[in-house]
Design a protein around this ligand. Structure first.
Ligand code: GLA
Length: 390
């Protein structure tokens, strides 16, 4: 279906489909370990089976053409290889363009332009990483079309992050691109962001599933608040480093943090740092619990993660708290929390199979009543990372 639609569109726009190649890059959801990736802590995300599909082919001149079937009102966006600068009018195409720019910055110059058509099925603005998905998709397309075989999937994740930080101006950590690049079906990724060492952990939920609930709100302070949180953590770290020998907040356990926290000297920064330290410890414990099939403990830690993000890190919002409260009060819910950057977006819940229908029905109705608009529910599967498809 997807392939046919993309190939038809490609032929319509660029003449035919000879030598056109087909690619996919997933979205991601983070199960636990939120706002730890820029604090040298652990994260535990997984790639989804929804994501961004793309078709592409090299050209013989130096033009690059981008077309999105989701945002077809922008038409074909044309950029010359000789001028890879950020332009507001390029809109969504600044993401793939940023990756091309990052490739050339890192010494991988392209010898021609190319045509690229994409179509995604990640709900817009949901916080399931449609931009990271598109960045890593572009990385896979470039390495494949131009025969660059020295880059690993982790390199593509780093290039995606580099382009987002330096071309698109969002100061994100590595989690999203890493999960999209290195995803593995039925597994979550236990990543140590201080070393980029990672292990896959099978997500065996027995009689339960992962449900993502989209609040369908995205508060505008998201980018500025994200950067403020980063700065607050950096300040707290600098203060702590005057008394303990650490590289990041992820190096601390709770006990050491409690012993030295007074040196931070600012109540807000202390709360932020407390979250970063506690969330990292929770993530390590949650993965251990999952490995011993203790789903109940995993769920409890998800709930604690939410409380910490709500009260100490203060990145939740009314709508998300309503969804999480409703989930906590629904039978058959093992755990529920906000996921992603915050200030809207989605919650992630683990729900017993026989309770899923009631979960969707009762929370759906109550949310509509309280907030005034509908939430959306997705029962998701954990899929593989970005790749070329047949
Ligand atoms: C966003 C960022 C990630 C990470 C999360 C919070 O998704 O892109 O790097 O910091 O927020 O865990």
């Amino acid at each position: 279906m997807m392939k046919e639609k993309l190939f038809d569109k490609f032929a319509e726009l660029f003449g035919n489909t000879e030598d056109v190649r087909f690619y996919f890059s997933p979205g991601r959801v983070n199960l636990i370990g939120e706002h730890t990736d820029y604090n040298g802590g652990h994260v535990f995300p997984c790639a989804l089976t929804i994501g961004t599909y793309g078709v592409a082919r090299k050209r013989t001149d130096n033009k690059i053409h981008f077309y999105s079937m989701n945002l077809d009102n922008f038409g074909v966006i044309e950029v010359s290889l000789d001028d890879l600068s950020y332009q507001k009018r390029y809109n969504w195409a600044n993401y793939p363009l940023g990756v091309i720019w990052a490739f050339t910055e890192k010494g991988y110059k392209l010898d021609s332009g190319f045509d690229m058509v994409i179509r995604g099925n990640i709900p817009n603005g949901s916080g399931l990483s449609s931009s990271a998905s598109l960045e890593v998709l572009t990385g896979v397309i470039l390495t494949d079309l131009f025969g660059i075989d020295s880059l690993t999937m982790t390199d593509l994740a780093l290039i995606g992050q580099y382009s987002e930080n330096n071309f698109n101006g969002c100061n994100c950590g590595i989690m999203d691109q890493f999960a999209v690049a290195n995803g593995k079906a039925d597994n979550a990724i236990f990543l140590d962001t201080s070393t980029l060492n990672f292990e896959y952990a099978p997500v065996k939920l027995k009689d339960a599933k992962i449900i993502i609930t989209n609040s369908k709100v995205k508060h505008s302070l998201v980018d500025s608040a994200y950067n403020t949180r980063r700065q607050e953590c950096a300040d707290a770290l600098a203060a702590l480093q005057t008394v303990v020998d650490i590289q990041s907040l992820g190096d601390l356990d709770m006990e050491t943090f409690e012993r030295h926290k007074a040196v931070i000297g600012d109540a807000v920064k202390e709360k932020r740092a407390k979250h970063a330290v506690a969330e990292n410890q929770r993530t390590i414990e949650a993965v251990a619990a999952l490995r011993t099939d203790d789903i109940t403990r995993f769920g409890e830690l998800m709930n604690q993660s939410h409380i910490s993000l709500r009260d100490d890190y203060e990145v939740s919002c009314e709508e998300i708290d309503i969804l999480v409260d409703l989930a906590w009060n629904t039978p058959g819910v093992i755990g529920s929390r906000i996921t992603g950057g915050g200030f809207g977006g989605c919650t992630v819940s683990i729900v017993k199979n026989d309770a899923i229908d009631t979960f969707i029905d009762t929370i759906g109705k109550a949310y509509k009543e309280k907030v005034g608009h509908e939430a959306e529910f997705y029962t998701v599967e954990i899929g593989d990372g970005a790749r070329r498809l047949a």
